[in-house]
Design a protein around this ligand. Structure first.
Ligand code: 13P
Ligand code: SF4
Length: 305
């Protein structure tokens, strides 16, 4: 379908049906251009409650759209592509948490927001990459099980020395592919160029970076840096935002492997189909499960303040 036609129709439908479009920083440029809000997972979670609208079209992966539905059940929440899943979110199940708690009743379970609703329902609190350190620091308990990302878990453990943090063995199959040799090669080639990475990268990569943060933290930090060239160690979608905000700076990716095929599944056509009501997944969550998962998400928002 013609792009200009879809852009005009989406804009009309947004007004007629009181739709807001949320897009994660990793979305394709064509999707970002129709979004009302673009950001990292914490920003978009918080917005879910704050924004007054009838429908949210959530352009991201399923756990993100589910988080919006959990926080704002009266809204219709549509994920444009049902198959847009985060593989890491499925590396732990609620049964794993139940089993762990049985044997370790003195542990607090902290779940990365990249988890299923089922897992959130059994976790004590959720965190995002931008809020994890603050939230875990504020917990009274010393013993923490962090699920499911072992790389983010190891980054947090290094930052928080006075807690006993055990990490699950999940990982992001995009960030975990970045190799130590790649960052060493870039550092040797461009010693003056700062390298900004996401904490889902391996510890050996994170240790060599100049800055570590969530997608929005990377965007904010890069904007403030007085440098003409910056290397980015997270999914390629952030380059759209960075280049738009900083036309005078040059951004390159740390590794060609930094492409999340799930984030790239959503096209403008899918957003158009979702807006017309002819496509996408209308997120539904059973009420008891939603209420259980809501506790850990609300706790995240409260402790991140
Ligand atoms: P952010 O919270 O940094 O947006 O990260 C989400 C994510 O899926 C990273 O891979
Ligand atoms: Fe999941 Fe990794 Fe894609 Fe983020 S980049 S959505 S963690 S697979």
């Amino acid at each position: 379908m013609d792009e200009k036609f879809m852009l005009e129709e989406i804009s009309k439908l947004k007004k007629e049906k009181n739709i807001k479009i949320f897009a994660h920083n990793y979305q394709n440029h064509e999707v970002q251009q129709v979004a009302d809000y673009i950001g990292d997972s914490f920003y978009l979670s918080k917005l879910s409650k704050e924004i007054d609208c009838e429908t949210v079209i959530f352009c991201g992966v399923k756990f993100m759209a589910e988080t919006t539905k959990i926080l704002s059940p009266q809204k219709k929440v549509i994920l444009p592509v049902e198959e847009a899943l985060c593989p890491m979110a499925h590396m732990i199940t609620s049964q794993d948490i139940i089993e762990f708690k049985k044997h370790h009743p003195d542990f607090k379970v902290v779940a990365y927001v990249n988890t299923t609703t089922d897992v959130k329902a059994y976790a004590d609190v959720c965190v995002t990459s931008s809020t994890a350190i603050k939230i875990i620091n504020s917990l009274e308990e010393k013993n923490i099980l962090f699920v499911p990302d072992m790389n983010l878990g190891s980054y947090i453990s290094k930052k928080i020395k006075d807690k006993n943090i055990i990490s699950w063995n999940g990982y992001c199959n995009v960030h975990d592919k970045v190799k130590k040799e790649e960052i060493i090669n870039i550092k040797n080639k461009y010693p003056e160029v700062p390298i900004l990475v996401h904490p889902e990268c391996r510890e050996e990569v994170v240790n060599l970076a100049d800055f570590v943060g969530s997608t929005s933290e990377i965007i904010e930090y890069a904007g403030k840096l007085d440098k003409k060239k910056i290397i980015i160690g997270t999914e390629t979608g952030v380059l759209h935002v960075l280049r738009k905000l900083n036309p005078d700076k040059k951004f390159d990716l740390l590794s060609p492997s930094l492409i999340c095929i799930n984030m790239k599944k959503t096209t403008l056509q899918d957003v158009y189909n979702a807006a017309t009501g002819k496509g996408g997944l209308d997120i539904e969550i059973e009420e008891n499960l939603r209420l259980k998962a809501l506790n850990s998400i609300e706790e995240m928002i409260r402790l991140a303040r």
